[in-house]
Design a protein around this ligand. Structure first.
Ligand code: ASP
Ligand code: CP
Length: 348
């Protein structure tokens, strides 16, 4: 299936083959993402990034990915600085912005907005997160990173036990992830959530229809046991009409819990941001030096995967391999101060 010219609104669009082709291209683009090689396959192309909701990773990594491909970026954040504040419709905005660029990445707090936006343009629209709906590019990068983590520890995706933990009701990253993992075979997916924050029934049914097993739990102590992947999520406080009830201590994924119940080779992921405010009981920082914690390898995976997606959607994927040349500027050997021990001792 060719991705050229497609809107990327849901992760359901990607077959297993399409995913694996993207992984291969993302591997080729990783040195470009790390600032060690250069490509100009998108020289002259322009991306518009329109973020109507808070973002650090998605907006900046999409922009960085497009720039690293040689393209240019025009960007706006918040409806209050757009003419939407003067009553302009999403459809008019979409048609207008489409005349200024070749690809649009958009995030909006309402689930339907990205669909309205895409219906008003022939320029490819990438869903950067639509309310409690989906976040397909996050799921793509999660799968790319997970595939690397499993490969490093001698496992494949098929047959794995995956624990998704936290606010599974409002967490759009896990909605997109459910659709992507279901492309593989023979999975057990353990949905570990407080009673009121369970995974939507249609997603559970969707995954079961594709032949996987679902287990439900409201207790991380038992739900995380034997899992190959622990995918933890933040309480989506911005999606609650009333003040949300915070996670109980039981949902705090920390060193003590992980050493009590997790496999020695478990992969621990989180889409981030993790909520570090007192009492939030999100993923704890005391795991930062645990090689099982993949969160920064996960964010790093976002650039090459988004580059692979943009190159594919804009029809230049086949030109990437022949376009690479060495970069000449300074780059540190390891991006973060805590990266060196992992890459020296674990990843080799
Ligand atoms: N950053 C992710 C999202 O926008 C996850 C989160 O915010 O908790 O969906
Ligand atoms: N993971 C993610 O989408 O992060 P941001 O909300 O910071 O973009």
């Amino acid at each position: 299936m060719s991705l050229t010219g497609k809107h990327i609104l849901s992760s359901d669009l990607f077959s297993r083959d399409a995913l694996e082709q993207l992984f291969e291209l993302a591997d080729v683009l990783t040195p470009v993402a790390r600032g060690r090689q250069v490509t100009r396959v998108l020289e002259g192309a322009v991306m518009a990034s329109l973020f109507f909701e808070a973002s650090t990773r998605t907006r900046l990594s999409c922009e960085s990915a497009f720039l690293r491909l040689g393209g240019g970026v025009t960007s706006t954040t918040g409806a209050e600085v757009m003419s939407i504040a003067k009553g302009e419709s999403l459809a008019d905005t979409s048609r207008v912005v489409s005349g200024y660029c070749d690809l649009i990445v958009m995030r909006h707090p309402e689930t339907s907005a990205v669909h309205e936006f895409a219906a008003a343009t022939n320029v490819p629209v990438i869903n950067g997160g639509n309310g409690a709906g989906e976040h397909p590019t996050q799921a793509l990068l999660d799968m790319f990173n997970l595939h690397q983590e499993f490969a490093r520890t001698g496992r494949i995706m098929d047959g794995r036990r995956l624990a998704l933990v936290g606010d599974l009701r409002h967490g759009r990253t896990v909605h997109s992830l459910m659709k992507l993992v279901s492309r593989y075979e023979d999975l057990t997916i353990v949905c570990v959530a407080p009673q009121s924050l369970g995974m939507p029934a249609e997603l559970l049914e969707f995954v079961e229809r594709r032949g996987h097993r679902i287990e439900l739990s409201d207790d991380p102590e038992t739900g995380l046991k034997d899992a190959d992947l622990v995918y933890s999520t933040r309480l989506q406080t911005e999606r609650f009409a009333d003040r949300p009830v915070p996670y109980s201590d039981a949902f705090r994924i920390d060193k003590a819990l992980v050493s009590r119940v997790c496999r020695a080779d478990a992969v621990i992921m989180h889409p981030l941001p993790r909520d570090g405010r007192p009492g939030s009981n999100d993923l704890a920082t005391d795991l930062n030096d645990d090689p099982r914690l993949a969160i920064f390898r996960q964010t790093d995976a976002g650039i090459p995967m988004r580059m692979a997606l943009f190159a594919s959607v804009l029809g230049v994927a086949d030109a990437v391999r022949g376009s690479l040349s060495p970069a000449t500027w300074y780059r540190p050997d390891y991006t973060g101060p805590e990266d060196a021990p992992f890459y020296r001792n674990v990843a080799s």
